[in-house]
Design a protein around this ligand. Structure first.
Ligand SMILES: [Ca+2]
Ligand SMILES: [Ca+2]
Length: 271
């Protein structure tokens, strides 16, 4: 961890730039810094969800919290340097709930789904895991209503090309108008979702990172995103598995603790 003092604000407050595991954080010295450093040391480590570069696709996220749930939007930038072109055209992605060490879990917090619509038209509501395709209500990325995976608009989305798990995602997979199952049971306790497919019209992704997954979980739930993405050139390219879970090295935690103590001591001396 490295730290640099940036500015001296009003009232003697100091803005620090702290680089930790490649993530640059800015924070004011004082009680907010203590809180932030405690957070870094293993409590509520959402801020460690660092940008990940791999081959061609640069993965990033933004998130909001409302009504007890966290909503994450996962995006990919195809920057034109890895032989995959400049667009985002397909994905094979798993989202998995994990514990604080990044290991898969099958209990506790689950992915939330938008179960407000009957996509298969049999009178039983279905989870909208494609954000609106084919006939469900369109959901914008950032929607707190539920988890879905999609590239481009629902109209362009041709996925899943060959699969999603679990199946079925709709209540009438044979299309006879008679419900086969109630997906709210299966999708009401889900810790792993797999979606694969391609778009008909690839999204330009070299200037603005394009969203491909909207993830809604109970606040504080950790998850991982893994799989591969397809640009307009080349084949599917694996992305580095990344997670919002805290997996700092023990030595780093000790360094943060020491840093926090010394910074707070310095703060007291200058107060
Ligand atoms: Ca249905
Ligand atoms: Ca049926």
């Amino acid at each position: 961890m490295t730290k640099n003092r940036l500015t001296r604000g009003r009232g003697g407050s100091t803005l620090w730039r702290i680089t930790y595991l490649g993530e640059e954080l800015k924070m004011k010295a004082g009680k907010n810094m203590k809180k932030a450093l405690l957070s870094l040391a293993g409590i509520g480590l959402v801020s460690l969800f660092s940008t990940t570069a791999n081959a061609a696709f640069v993965i990033s996220e933004t998130h909001t919290t409302a009504s007890g749930n966290d909503t994450y939007v996962i995006r990919a930038l195809n920057n034109g340097t890895g032989g995959t072109g400049t667009k985002l055209n397909g994905m094979t992605i798993n989202v998995q709930t994990v514990n604080s060490s990044g290991q898969p879990i099958s209990t506790g917090g689950v992915f939330k789904f938008d179960m407000a619509g009957d996509i298969s038209g049999d009178g039983v509501n279905d989870p909208n895991i494609f954000g609106g395709s084919p006939t469900g209500a369109t959901r914008a990325f950032g929607s707190a209503l539920g988890t879905f995976g999609r590239i481009g608009t629902p109209a362009n989305w041709s996925g899943p090309a060959s699969g999603q798990q679990p199946q079925p995602y709709d209540s009438d997979p044979d299309g006879d108008g008679i419900p086969n199952s109630d997906p709210s049971v299966l999708y009401g306790n889900l810790h792993l979702l797999h979606i694969e497919g391609v778009t008909l019209g690839p999204a330009d992704a070299n200037v603005t990172a394009q969203p491909f997954f909207n993830i809604v979980v109970p606040s504080g739930t950790f998850f991982s995103v893994s799989g591969s993405l397809l640009g307009d050139l080349g084949d599917f390219t694996p992305i580095t598995t990344f997670t919002n879970a805290a997996v700092p090295e023990p030595g780093s935690i000790a360094m943060i603790g020491l840093g926090a103590l010394s910074l707070m001591a310095a703060r007291r001396r200058t107060a």
